[in-house]
Design a protein around this ligand. Sequence first.
Ligand SMILES: [Zn+2]
Ligand SMILES: [Zn+2]
Ligand SMILES: [Zn+2]
Length: 671
Amino acid sequence: MKKHFILILFLVSISLKAQDNNAQLTATIIGSGSPKFNTERAGPSVLIRYKNTQILVDMGNGTQANLQKNNTKIKDIDGFLFTHHHLDHNEEFAPIFIQSLLGGNKTCIAGPKQTTAIIDKISEIYEEDIAYRLSKSGRSLASVKANYTAKNLTGNIPFYIGEIKISYVPVKHTIASLAYRFDVGEGSIVISGDLTYSKTLPELANNADYLIMDSGGAIALGSKKQMPQGTKRTGNKTTQKAHVNLTESSQMAQEAKVKNLLLTHFNFTQVDEVATTEEIRKHYVGTVLYAHDLMVIPHKEEVHSHDGITHSHSNEHLPKIENSAKETLAIKNNVSIITDKAHDVRIITSNAIPNHTVGQFPTQGNPNKILEQEKQYTIDLTPTLAKQKTHVYDGGIDKGKPSYVFGVAINGVKFEPSANEYFRHAATNEPNYEWTLEPLSDEVNLGEDYNNAHVQPNGEYHYHGTPTGLVASFDKSKMTLVGWAADGFPMYYKMGYKDVMDANSGVIQLKSSYVLRQGERPGDGISAPDGKYSGKYVRDYEYKADYGDLDECNGRTGVTPEFPEGTYYYVVSDEFPSASRCFMGTPSDDFKIGGGRNSTQQRPNRSQQRPQPANTNTPPNFTAILQRMDANKDKKISKGEAKGNLKENFDRRDRNQDGFITEDEMSIRNE
Ligand SMILES: [Zn+2]
Ligand SMILES: [Zn+2]
Ligand SMILES: [Zn+2]
């Protein structure tokens, strides 16, 4: 007996110790979805945690499964709160409530009106079942009823669960709805619930660290524009607007002056983060984050976003994430490289699945899963040197936004050395395009695996530098082709002939001519980076002609096994720049960022190129506008009928100033 007692004490002390690590208010997104069933996103639910207090806000479909994945036991949860009683937010309440009752923890259950009625009904309907289960441990329903307190929240009196202070305000939705604020220690987190613009929310959320917000209006990856906004017509009935649009969420976040805005409640899987953030930037300048299931805030290691083409993340000071796992993919590599002499082209067709093991994806720093692609690239079979260099960044070799994928490895996986990540202004978060982050730096975390590769949201795996798994089998005593550059010139991995024109001269490891700059960066640390040049930014390196064996584009001209007569060729070096940042020839359009033909992932041009504001120069579909606005069915829109943007821009659109917008006035591009 005494032995047991000591063991118990020991366990208690371990668990107390573990709890000390939780002395920070956190929120775990248990479900980031909506009523629309999605295997990647469970229904709405957030777990708030501080020390050993846990509060679950909303319990949508999949909550129990994700709590299990998160190692959270229902019997350890101290509070259950509802934002509102839409089914997508309380679907799993009944089983969770019953498990909690059986678990015997003291709990607090609260929400808007109907909360106590729901609890009473569930207790009544499942009375026999609950009583039977309780009888197994000699308990009765009456004995456990005292374990929970239930209340319908009215008024505005804050209450506590554990040390966490909970404040709440009503927000506008189609039924009675509440937003909650959790304060404890240094932390503050607000959950908006579902809502339309509500002036109560910015007041509640004033200066909070995080505002977890209804993602209404968020733009899905591959979709052309925002989801419909404003009042929605169903038949002849105008239904009440249920959710915010991005302008409204951006406005509320700005008014509240929150540090981080985390969008959740998505009704699709992949978010066009660039386009969505751009909309939000119209008002709100803080950090914009996108929820995924089991995401934890504050981030221990910030999960960077990656919009499918470019890269962006908000945290500048990240430890390198160890993603050294070596997993074998179920899908097999499939690549064909054919030469078409008649058309003077080389055609690379690939599923973009590597022929080697990969790190773990999704991983911290890279939330995407590797998926098969249908890529086809056409390059020049007989390339020539161009008059001038073309850079993979639009502002030069070391600045601006990414504009080109560099090339494709012989296994069909692309090299994309540029990242759409920059130094950001300390106060406004505005990117400084002069200072592009270098993805291969230890100070920059993009969740890369041991192949210097990671995954875009469309599932495309790609290399930022040396493809370690691919070159592992290369014979280092030979010059070995590793890929093809976008301009048609070959790429070799690090080794080249000692005498550039003599294939029998033996091989040496070729050295790049880039060196780390000495001294301090010129910036003030606010609008441009300061501190010692470390390799964190592309500009931390400078090209020194004749320092190494290679030119500014990390290449040289000579004979190779594939070109015994000689050719210009690029070298993938282990040190900077690894994959080259510029072309000596003319890159094929198939390598423009986001380009390459991909029949399964047709993207709108907007996201293929660098991000542009949403809803730009595409003439709106007039038939759709008529359906939405043409109340008297005269096939034109009068000033009274116009809605939203069209209402605002009516006079400009109405070129002949006759008080109506017709189809041809609508088809003129909006400058
Ligand atoms: Zn909802
Ligand atoms: Zn709702
Ligand atoms: Zn990348």
